[in-house]
Design a protein around this ligand. Structure first.
Ligand SMILES: *Cc1c(COP(=O)(O)O)cnc(C)c1O
Length: 432
């Protein structure tokens, strides 16, 4: 096992994913390429669904935060597995519709939905719109009334949690661009407004505290604050919350330094806290929605590149340059995210070399990682970066006019392309 249980080496010393040789996959599909193990994705979907139902009750639902990974086939898989989805744009909604995803299980998010977005969501029959602010609430109410509809909504609440310090800081994150803070009174104002508008049906509340969280305490704090808010709302308005959406954010293993997260246990722990707080506040247990993105798909994916050069600058550093980079994985450039990289055709050898893995773009910051432990490399080797299933393909760009890589899904020893590699023709398609 290398980092995750579906990654290993074979007799040739090559990296394998789901038992398939990555060097062969690179030969067959070319590089750069995203490769995803579908059985890992499905297993994660099932873990969340089973744990949510077991611990929160049969009506609980995990909604896949599809900004982490968006293409038609992933929505088909989420639909088959019985999950909901969270969409954040007209493009994601359009893709979900194309996949035949059941609209009633869609949660539509975003801090600045346009009128066109709202109309599209209503046209599609999106089950729930998570309203971010009072301007949006008024616009939605007007559009819904015009169409003779009553749209089910949740309100996005900012509980005021700083997930990095793992402490409830009552003012922390109040300055977020998302949602309505409890401490400023903004949450209660929008709640009362929602209850007064005929074009919307308020079902409950949503919060999302952050991402890549390894501890339970931020979720515990969020649950505590949100449940107390539900009790306040009931006291002040009489409104009984039907649904509480606790967002996503559980962490994923990018390197050996990251812990293994037991998602089922984390969900059980969060459920224990929610039940405890609901009991203490003497309110009705709401239906609970979870909204994981990263933890459902990140570990399932890897990216395969071909090494183009190895440059040693004596006394400074070594560079390994690959045929992709920030256009297919902008996360290091954006927030210095750590990754594990290895030479796939020498994966069984010790990682006793150190190199900065660089992309091919005309930017010094175009890096996959700095001073990474890795095997010795040479031009023509296949370099694999692990845990790239989330926020890689979905964040990819065409910078330097590089075509986006394909997404190859593997399942039970067979590989299929679920997103084609872009061609140069694709790049100029909209040029006039
Ligand atoms: C990004 C996001 C998620 C998913 O977060 P992960 O860290 O990928 O689990 C869930 N809900 C909302 C509203 C988000 O913005």
């Amino acid at each position: 096992m290398i980092l995750h249980s579906h990654l290993d080496t074979n007799e040739q010393g090559h990296l394998t994913i789901g038992g398939m040789d990555t060097v062969e996959l690179a030969r067959e599909f070319g590089t750069p390429a995203y490769v995803m193990d579908e059985s890992v994705v499905r297993a994660n979907f099932r873990t969340y669904l089973t744990a949510a139902r077991t611990h929160f009750g049969e009506n609980a639902l995990p909604a896949f935060a599809s900004k982490a990974l968006c293409f038609t086939e992933i929505y088909r898989i989420a639909a088959e597995e019985g999950l909901g989805i969270d969409c954040v744009s007209g493009g994601e909604l359009y893709t979900a519709k194309r996949a035949g995803f059941p609209a009633e299980r869609i949660y539509f998010h975003g801090n600045n939905k346009t009128d066109a977005d709202l109309r599209q969501a209503l046209d599609m029959g999106v089950g729930t719109i998570v309203v971010d602010n009072t301007d949006e609430l008024k616009a939605l109410d007007a559009i819904a009334q015009e169409l003779g509809r009553v749209q089910r909504i949740l309100l996005r609440i900012t509980p005021g949690i700083d997930p990095h310090t793992h402490r409830a800081i009552s003012t922390g994150n109040v300055d977020s661009k998302f949602g309505n803070a409890i401490v400023t009174g903004g949450a209660m104002t929008i709640t009362k407004m929602a209850l007064s508008l005929p074009g919307v049906h308020l079902a409950g509340f949503h919060c999302h505290v952050g991402s890549q969280i390894f501890e339970i305490s931020p979720f515990r704090d969020a649950a505590d604050i949100m449940v107390r808010y539900l009790a306040d709302v009931k006291r002040e308005t009489g409104f009984v919350t039907e649904e509480l959406n606790l967002g996503g954010g559980l962490g994923v293993r990018y390197t050996e330094h990251d812990a293994h997260v037991d998602y089922a246990k984390s969900i059980a722990d969060i459920a224990t806290v929610v039940r405890e707080k609901v009991r203490a506040a003497d309110i009705k247990m709401p239906r609970v929605i979870l909204e994981p993105g990263r933890s459902l798909v990140a570990a399932a994916g890897i990216t395969l590149y071909t090494v183009g050069s190895v440059k040693e600058i004596p006394g400074f550093k070594n560079y390994i340059s690959v045929d992709g980079g920030m256009p297919d994985n902008p996360r290091y450039a954006l927030y210095q995210s750590e990754y594990t990289a290895l030479i796939a055709n020498r994966a069984a050898e010790p990682a006793d070399y150190r190199a900065t893995v660089a992309g091919r773009c005309c930017e010094s910051g175009d890096l996959i990682g700095e001073d990474m432990p890795i095997q010795h490399a040479q031009r023509g080797d296949i370099l694999a970066v692990l845990s790239t299933g989330a926020y890689n393909y979905s964040m990819a760009s065409n910078y330097n006019r590089l075509p986006r890589p394909p997404v190859v899904m593997i399942k039970e020893g067979a590989a299929r392309v679920v997103v084609r590699r872009e061609s140069f023709e694709d790049l100029v398609r909209n040029d006039l």
